[in-house]
Design a binder for this molecule. Structure first.
Ligand code: AMP
Length: 285
């Protein structure tokens, strides 16, 4: 069932709660692919009811980013979601979420602002305010849907860590379920933004997983020094790869690591042409 209004979702949720049913929420920006479907499947398998949101959230985009051109494929998304067992596809307009007149500045809108220590690094460094926008919309979705479980991909690992922190700090009564990264056959992490890549760039995009897998192999062979592990990346980089960051950080609090261990996540962001791609790998196991 495709719903656009908050009130309609609330009505359904009220009915389900009365029946004692568990609710899973999968927040998305649409243009669904197999990565999203893995989150949906986990929710459908584990919850009585599943709601997905499809909302390209204006307040998490920085000026000059791809808000306008972000792929919007609601009809196909709805069909795909329903055939995967989703009960509600919630696709509000920006006005439904934030009010008429789109009062989106933090002079007028109450924002949920995660701690600076978590947001001044990695993607937050180049995308100032991005995680404020994410936490604000996710918090609103939690209040609208009141899920027992919410499913987030490890693809956006910094986001996942920040949302877990928000849920803990604000005592939000639900459980966050992390879901592993789903990849194309050649190893590229699936992303709605992969659509922006031309065939040549699509080939070059493999550099992210090449670097991460090589670092993991070096770590497994006994190299633990982060500087030495970082060095191993350079042989993969060409002039068409614009490395934004390659960082080793703790999986719980994003503290920088000097020596890699099983709690280390290696985070990478590379710009290929105008397309910014992110990926990460855990050094555990
Ligand atoms: P998005 O629509 O890009 O905002 O993503 C919605 C959710 O799907 C987020 O929790 C993402 O981390 C997750 N997701 C996106 N791509 C993947 C992927 N390749 N594997 C696993 N989860 C993903």
């Amino acid at each position: 069932m495709l719903l656009h209004k908050i009130a309609e979702v609330r009505e359904k949720v009220k009915e389900w709660k009365k029946q004692g049913l568990t609710i899973g929420l999968v927040p998305t920006m649409g243009a669904l692919h197999k990565g999203h479907l893995s989150l949906i499947k986990k929710s459908v398998d584990n919850c009585d009811k599943t709601v997905i949101s499809v909302f390209v959230n204006p307040i998490q985009f920085c000026p000059g980013e791809d808000f306008e051109k972000y792929p919007r494929t609601l009809d196909a998304d709805t069909k795909l979601a329903e055939s995967a067992g989703v009960d509600i596809v919630f696709a509000p307009t920006p006005a439904e979420m934030y009010g008429e007149g789109h009062i989106l500045s933090n002079d007028f809108l109450t924002y949920v602002v995660p701690p600076f220590f978590y947001t001044d690094k990695l993607c937050g460094k180049s995308r100032v305010g991005h995680f404020d926008g994410v936490c604000t919309v996710v918090n609103k979705l939690f209040n609208i849907v009141q899920p027992d479980y919410a499913f987030f991909g490890e693809k956006d690992r910094q986001q996942l860590i920040i949302i877990k922190k928000m849920v803990k700090d604000l005592n939000i009564p639900l459980e966050i379920i992390p879901c592993p990264i789903v990849r194309e056959d050649d190893g590229l992490a699936m992303s709605s933004r992969n659509k922006y890549l031309n065939p040549e760039q699509r080939k070059e995009a493999l550099v992210l997983k090449d670097i991460l897998l090589n670092i993991k192999a070096c770590y497994n062979s006994g190299i633990k020094d982060v500087e030495a592990l970082t060095e191993t990346a350079y042989k993969f980089l060409k002039s068409c790869h614009n490395l934004e960051y390659l960082e080793f950080r703790d999986k719980n609090d994003l503290e920088l690591k000097k020596v890699a261990d099983k709690d280390t996540i290696v985070f990478i962001a590379v710009k290929i042409g105008e397309v910014r791609l992110i990926d990460n790998i855990s050094l555990d196991s």
